[in-house]
Structure formats: C-alpha cells, structure tokens
Design a protein around this ligand. Structure first.
Ligand SMILES: *[C@@H]1O[C@H](CO)[C@@H](O)[C@H](O)[C@H]1NC(C)=O
Ligand SMILES: *[C@@H]1O[C@H](CO)[C@@H](O)[C@H](O)[C@H]1NC(C)=O
Ligand SMILES: *[C@@H]1O[C@H](CO)[C@@H](O)[C@H](O)[C@H]1NC(C)=O
Ligand SMILES: *[C@@H]1O[C@H](CO)[C@@H](O)[C@H](O)[C@H]1NC(C)=O
Ligand SMILES: *[C@@H]1O[C@H](CO)[C@@H](O)[C@H](O)[C@H]1NC(C)=O
Ligand SMILES: *[C@@H]1O[C@H](CO)[C@@H](O)[C@H](O)[C@H]1NC(C)=O
Ligand SMILES: *[C@@H]1O[C@H](CO)[C@@H](O)[C@H](O)[C@H]1NC(C)=O
Ligand SMILES: *[C@@H]1O[C@H](CO)[C@@H](O)[C@H](O)[C@H]1NC(C)=O
Length: 431
C-alpha cells in the first residue's frame, strides 16, 4: 500500500495527464467488457474491448484495451487461468468492441472480423494473428464485405470457416457512414483456406444483432444455432427483441435456415449476452449454456444461467435457483474449455461502479456438469477437468445418464420443418 501511495504522489508531481498514463492490465485491472476471445492450444486470447482501471473513482472513463492478452488454461492463479501480457499487437490492427476472433486451431492462427472503434473507422481489412510467430498479418480487404459490429460470430474449426450473422452498420464501423445505424440480415462466411468470402441470406429479411451463434458438430457438416438479441423486422428503424423461444438453425451442408420453437423455462429476451456449447459423450444431447446479458425495453439486465438442450429444444433455468437481486451485466465472453468448463470473462455492470474480481481479472468459471469439488455450477477452474457429464437438471428433462442416453430426442413442440429431425441427428466423429 505504501508503494502504491508513493506512485500516486509521483504521478501528481510529473504533471502527466492521467489518461495518458500507461496502466498495467495485470495490476490496475477493474473491469473488462466488449472484448473478443478465442482459444488456441490451451491459451485463451483476449483482444480489444474496453477496460475500467482501478480505482474507478479516479479513472471514470471507459478505456480501449490495446493489448493482446492471454490466459493460460494449464496454470491457475487463485483458481482461475493466469493472465499474461507481452504479445505483439501491431499498431495498425484496430482495437474493436463487438467483433469476433475466428480461430484456425490447425494452423494456429486467428482472424479478427467485425466490431466497432470509438472514432473514425478505417476501411475494413482482415487481420490475422499468427500464434506461432507472434505476428499480425493483414490478409486482404474484400471488396463487397463491410465491417459490422455486435453481430453473432462463430468459427468452425473442423472446416476452417468463420461465420458472422447480422450486426450493425454505422459510423463506428463503416468509414463515412451517415445517418442512423442499421442492422444487416445476412450470414457472412469466410473460408480460411481459400480466403474466399460469401454473403449469404440470414434466417429472414430482418436486420438483427446482439444475439449469439454457436457451432454444433451435428448433421453431416455441422449446424449453427442462433438466438436472442434484437431485430428490425420491417427494416425501418424499429428495434424489438427476438423472443428466446425462436431458435434459428442453419444447416451448413444444405445452406438452409430453419426455425424451431423451444419450450420449457424460456428466458426473457436479452442482448449482448454470451453462450457456449457442449454435448453428451454419446452426443444424444447438445447443450448450450447462456450467461446474463442486457435487458430489452425497461429491463436492466440479467445475472443468470439458462441451458438450451437439443434436440428436445427445451430451456432449463440453471442459476439462480432462488429469486434475488443479482448483479446484472452484459458484454461478457464465454469460452467452453474441453467441453466441460465455461470461462466467463468481464461484463459491464449497469447498476454500480464496483470492480469485477480484480485479482483474477474478472474471470469466472461455470462447471457445465456441476461435478467439480463444489458440485455446483459456479466453481474454480481446474485444468484437469476434461470430460463433460450431463448435469441432473438436464437429465430430469430428457432422461439418460451423465454420459448420455437421452430418451427425449425430439422437441415437445412439433419439428419446425420436416427436414429438421434428419439435420439434428448426431453424426460419427470425423477423422
Ligand atoms: C498445456 O499443456 C499441454 C499438455 O501438456 C501442452 O501440449 C500445451 O502446450 C500446454 N499449453 C500451454 C499454453 O502451456
Ligand atoms: C462505458 O461503457 C458502457 C457500456 O457500453 C456504457 O453504458 C457507459 O455509458 C460508458 N461510460 C462512459 C463514461 O463512457
Ligand atoms: C505471416 O507472415 C509471415 C511472413 O512475414 C509468414 O511467414 C506467415 O506464414 C504469415 N502467417 C499467416 C497466418 O498468414
Ligand atoms: C503491421 O503489420 C503490417 C503487415 O505485417 C506491416 O506492414 C506494418 O508495418 C506493421 N505496422 C506496425 C506499426 O508495426
Ligand atoms: C451482405 O449483403 C447485403 C446485401 O447486399 C448488404 O446489405 C450487407 O451489408 C452485406 N454484409 C456485409 C457484412 O458486408
Ligand atoms: C416500422 O413498421 C412497423 C410495421 O409496419 C410499424 O409498426 C413501425 O411503427 C414502423 N417504424 C417506423 C420508425 O416507421
Ligand atoms: C416494463 O414495461 C412493461 C410493458 O411495457 C410493463 O408492463 C412493466 O410494468 C414495466 N416494468 C417496470 C419495472 O417498469
Ligand atoms: C484435478 O486436480 C485436483 C488437484 O488440483 C484434484 O483434487 C482432482 O481430483 C483432479 N481431478 C481430476 C478429474 O483429475
């Protein structure tokens, strides 16, 4: 404490503008939000987004995170992955919020697509971070693809493809944009091998943003599952929530979208939340876990966990089990590690200025099978937990045992389309 006080006094004497002072992402951390994450080789990378520095009373603004950080999934500090600085972030690479990092784990590269900057966006160029060389390369500027922000992104590692659904076009993402922001309705795809972009149709013509999209290794070439966020059904500027029982399913092989109604304990509509997917060892159920988010209309936000289990398409509320005030926050990230634990980082607390677990850098862990030492959803992160066991609350709805054997294998509501039972069937793991 004495050293810290001395540091503050020296700063005051140096006449340096406090906002220009270099802050240390390890020791000055208070909160993080709007960032992008991905995992390659047991390193969880954190790029861009905003931070609040500690103490927040002396650093009242939101500051852009200019560092590429990583958390070591093999090594813990106070029970969470140890944070590290020191990687290269080429000064030409934009520092964005609300974009996506698409990982190609085979080639050990991730691509930064989408997102907004705080002022004067430049023309969109795709940047790749080469994790082996610790080097950023610019890999081209596609002519017909724009940079959109706060869409729903997902990478399909097996196919070296990145996807991004919807997102906002506006003056913080598109150079020279005039007028009010507008949401796009399309599904953009990037093929990491051929470097080819395609701009496909979305679920419908409505602009949409701020929802989530997850890849499931089901059907022949995989499915993308998207839900939540906001939409502009008539593309005239009226923004409404997308009800959480609307589950948009994209079959990668056929390029077709389906709409499936979910049942059960359907969560309230929400935006800027995060989610991750896992599946039973025999793939008889695929389970998406969501956390928190901002509310829609007059609701501030959420501090809760829901599970969407498929192919029964049932929602299950997992946390909290008792009503309470909670600590609503959105703009978090979710990364599922080894199918079994979900690291939830950051978030913007709408209701207070308190820091978010600063000694562990706003890192939280959900044990997806609730089978860690606490036997509870919220637990410390353990590098040696590498298997997923279906928790009791899901088994109560779909039958079977922790390793699978679900007995409910179709939705309670009718299938949304006669192709869907075939598309959502499990498929053997590819070599
Ligand atoms: C984590 O451990 C695995 C297995 O021992 C090893 O292959 C990998 O390189 C390690 N990753 C890091 C970031 O230390
Ligand atoms: C910081 O960011 C949050 C989340 O986007 C926003 O609600 C808040 O108004 C911002 N605060 C400042 C001081 O800009
Ligand atoms: C980045 O550029 C270097 C040459 O400077 C090249 O060796 C490397 O393969 C490139 N990485 C990617 C991912 O393009
Ligand atoms: C950033 O990387 C690009 C491409 O590798 C290079 O041309 C440029 O000089 C780098 N810029 C800085 C500021 O390092
Ligand atoms: C995809 O195409 C549509 C229709 O031309 C366009 O409005 C949208 O901006 C495009 N999306 C991106 C991300 O460029
Ligand atoms: C957009 O269209 C809908 C349906 O016609 C209408 O209810 C809404 O008021 C319109 N919004 C604006 C801003 O014109
Ligand atoms: C929020 O809005 C809804 C409908 O507009 C209204 O029924 C409800 O009472 C409002 N809740 C609060 C807490 O203001
Ligand atoms: C993981 O390691 C902890 C000690 O850190 C040990 O108590 C626990 O039994 C191990 N769990 C598994 C699944 O191996």
């Amino acid at each position: 404490m004495a050293l810290r006080a001395a540091g503050v006094a020296l700063t005051a004497l140096s006449f340096a503008a406090p906002s220009l002072q270099q802050k240390d992402p390890l020791t000055d951390f208070c909160r993080r939000f709007g960032h992008q994450t991905t995992v390659i080789d047991r390193r969880l990378y954190i790029d861009g987004g905003m931070v609040n520095w500690n103490p927040i009373s002396q650093n009242p603004l939101n500051y852009t995170n200019k560092d590429l950080l990583w958390q070591d999934l093999n090594d813990t500090h106070e029970g969470m992955p140890q944070l590290h600085t020191g990687l290269t972030k080429n000064a030409s690479v934009p520092d964005v919020s609300g974009g996506v990092l698409w990982a190609d784990e085979v080639n050990k590269v991730f691509y930064l697509y989408g997102g907004e900057v705080t002022e004067s966006p430049e023309d969109f160029a795709l940047w790749a971070y080469d994790a082996v060389l610790d080097q950023w390369n610019v890999t081209g500027a596609p002519r017909d693809i724009q940079r959109v922000a706060w869409g729903a992104g997902a990478a399909v590692n097996e196919r070296a493809e990145g996807y991004y659904l919807g997102g906002w076009l506006g003056d913080m993402s598109v150079p020279g944009w005039e007028g009010s922001p507008r949401m796009t309705s399309n599904l953009v795809r990037y093929d990491m091998e051929t470097e080819a972009w395609t701009n496909n149709t979305g679920p419908d013509g409505a602009g949409r943003a701020e929802g989530v999209m997850l890849f499931l290794p089901a059907s022949d070439n995989g499915l993308l599952i998207s839900f939540g966020g906001v939409m502009d059904p008539d593309n005239n500027g009226t923004v409404v929530g997308d009800p959480m029982d609307n589950i948009h399913v994209y079959d990668i092989q056929s390029g077709k979208w389906y709409l499936q109604q979910a049942t059960g304990d359907v969560p309230d509509m929400r935006r800027k939340f995060c989610a991750g997917a896992t599946w039973a060892q025999d793939r008889s159920s695929y389970n998406i876990y969501l956390y928190g988010g901002q509310g829609i209309n007059n609701i501030t936000g959420f501090d809760d966990v829901y599970i969407l289990t498929m192919p029964s398409f049932k929602w299950i509320k997992w946390f909290p089990t008792e009503p309470g005030p909670g600590n609503p926050h959105g703009l978090t990230t979710c990364n599922v590690i080894s199918n079994s634990q979900m690291i939830i980082i950051g978030g913007y607390f709408a209701q207070h200025d308190e820091c978010d677990s600063p000694t562990i850098w706003g890192t939280h862990n959900l044990n997806l099978g609730a089978n860690g030492p606490q036997n509870a959803p919220w637990d410390l992160y353990y590098p040696n937990i590498t298997e997923y066991f279906v928790p009791q609350e899901i088994l109560d709805e779909i039958g079977g045992s922790p390793t699978g054997g679900a007995t409910t294998t179709s939705p309670v509501e009718a299938w949304g389309h006669r192709d869907l039972p075939v598309r959502t069937r499990s498929f053997a793991t590819k070599p």
